[in-house]
Design a protein around this ligand. Sequence first.
Ligand SMILES: Nc1ncnc2c1ncn2[C@@H]1O[C@H](COP(=O)(O)OP(=O)(O)OP(=O)(O)O)[C@@H](O)[C@H]1O
Length: 785
Amino acid sequence: MAVNFEIGRRNKSIQSLPQALLSLMGSNTKLTQGWIESVSNIINNLQSKQKVGYPILNEEIQEKMESICSGDGEIETSASKIEEELSSLNAHLNELMVLRRDALNEYLDLKGNIRVFCRIRPFLPQETFGFQKSIFDLDFSNVLLRVAETKCKKYNFDKVFHPNSTQEDVFSEIEPVIKSALDGYNVCIFAYGQTGTGKTYTMEGNSYNPGMVPRGIKSMFDQAEGRSCEFIFTFSMLEIYIGNLRDLLASGTKRSNFQKPPSLLIKTDSEGDIDIENLVAIQVNNFDQVKKLYDIGTRFRSTGSTMANSTSSRSHCLIRITLTSIGARERRREKNKVWMVDLGGSERLLKTQATGKRLEEGKAINLSLSALADVIDALQTRKAHVPFRNSKLTQVLRDSLGSDSKTLMLVHVSPNEDDLCETICTFGFAMRVRSIQFEKEEEPLEVRAKKEQSIAELQQKMNQLEKESQELHVKIKMLNGKLLELKGVEISDVESNISSSCDEAIGISQNLPKTSSRIPRQPSFMRPTVCSQRKTGISQQIALINRRKKPPVPRKKRPASVYAESIIYPVKDFTCKSDCDSECSISTSDYEVKQVIFLEEENTLRDSNIVEEKGIERWLNVQVAETSSIYNQWNKRVMSVPVWNNNDVNENSGDIIEKPSEKKDMDFQEEKFKQTINNKMCFEENYMETVFPQPINTKYDLGENSNLDSVTNMNATDICDEYQEAILSEERRDTKVEMKEINLENEIGKYKILRLFQTIWASAILGSGIRSVGIEHDFYTALIL
Ligand SMILES: Nc1ncnc2c1ncn2[C@@H]1O[C@H](COP(=O)(O)OP(=O)(O)OP(=O)(O)O)[C@@H](O)[C@H]1O
């Protein structure tokens, strides 16, 4: 190529040689050392033959050539080698992932795409008075239900979890399905059962025994780490309450002008996927963020007290995680969903003797559960028509139920003999849902054995593939690190310093891109050398920036051992109707108080700060004592929140809120409620600050992603702001209701005193009248008495 340059004959082309070389160097990032050396030699030769006054190479090019010859080229070469190796390793990893995905899919197909598990809860402390005998005999997959003294009924499940089974045991069966969600399959996990049988326990769990939702989501994030593709996760939470869809992350916020939010609409998008209009979907980057959002959503869930469960869920609670990964070959589809559904408790209305709102809720729950069973039955038996339209629940889940999705139904029952009828109904539902598998039970033994063997082989194959993928992943990670290291020297020298920090610190590079990732990639020899940096003065600026850089200050975190727990205080019938007309977590006959709990370790930790410890504990005691006394007496709902702020602690007494001398004192009540609201805000502020300590690190811009256009994408801070306002408005409304109640109470008092005076006055008149007509004293006394 270079041989064609004829010196002297075509001066014009010789003059443009530097530009030609520069462009060549810039356009080809994989220049070999040999190529670079030969070009340098040619140029040197040209240089020696060049007439005076026609320099072929200007100063800049000479510098670049020097740097090439002094080893920069070596770096480029090894970098390109690593890149080549990386691309082949990535291709191999993709192949392995596709193989693993297919194996997992086959494994789940063999096990059944719609599987039904049974979980029997243990006896509760209140049920163990006297001798209680379980109504079940169990084995691995069969339940023998004693329906009479001598009669048993057998039910078959994919797996039975006995009362001593742990949350880990249950999750071990769910984990493969979570894996297939990362492979791009839609997943639905349901908790079904009579009210009070442990659905919420299984799905949500508690801080000691987290349930399937926290475990599943955590596992999703962990597994995504090990994948070669990037994922975007979004979190949504809604409930279906008497046929209405309510967004639990946007309940009663300014978005809805503090009104009860309207029911969301279900739509079908252009690709035939189900879309819930205006449902808030928040991008989440780690489990902690999901946990905080989940806690917010749970606050707004409709719960109430029934005869069977004091904190009964009166709605279906649906959690949706959407996973998006663009261009990942091993995934079934770019965007898929995982639904985790805590179904409302099925109940026999005759037994619960529900009336009014509770009856309405019960009927709505039962109808939608029946519609769900119809849909799953139709899917299992491959009926031509699947009645998705019969309920909101099945409409929402339409694209996530079916042959290309994975469905798990966790059926819950109570071991108590009193619940026998409900248990039979529950098993009836379960058998409808797993009708196909039920028939498969009749398979000949050899066929079953063969199937078991295939499952075991697939399991082994998956393990092997996973191991290989892990090894490859580690290798890729290592090579990526090496590559970055090779390029990192240059990046730290030049790129990163000319980027955003440079803009702020010096103000000379406003036209440069903001972040280094947006700087077009150039070969190292196209970037300013140390020498040219000196000339332009950038090196001093870099030094200046480096001096100004401060080490990051770690953010203060709220201790994980502090959590809020709902406590329901039952009170007498309450006739005063609330202004807020909210069914969210409030039942008209029970009042839910969120109370912050400090664990044992927390107390030990706080030993060092006696003032604070005493303050908080005293405060807690005062809160519990006051809540049960005041609020039972006056039927009030108060959100108890801690003052997690040293400024609010009275250092001498350790009290946080001054105790009233007279509880009925109106001024005190007003003051206390104002204080509660302020404290609440203070707490929420601290709380929210810990929700998302760092700005969410978006891997893709959700707004630009056409796949996600349908969801309302909010950032976490928006939600938190709205949530704070919602809390404030809720408290204001509560205060208003409470003031009304206090007035009512005073009016009743005045009325009673008036009535007493009237009675005495009437008796006196009557007495004097009787005396005046001459009736004896004894008769008069008897009459008065
Ligand atoms: N496997 C279990 N181990 C220990 N306790 C359990 C278990 N399952 C349920 N419980 C306890 O039983 C009680 C009722 O459980 P839970 O509230 O989860 O029922 P539910 O089915 O969700 O009721 P509802 O439909 O009314 O909301 C709770 O106190 C819970 O802690």
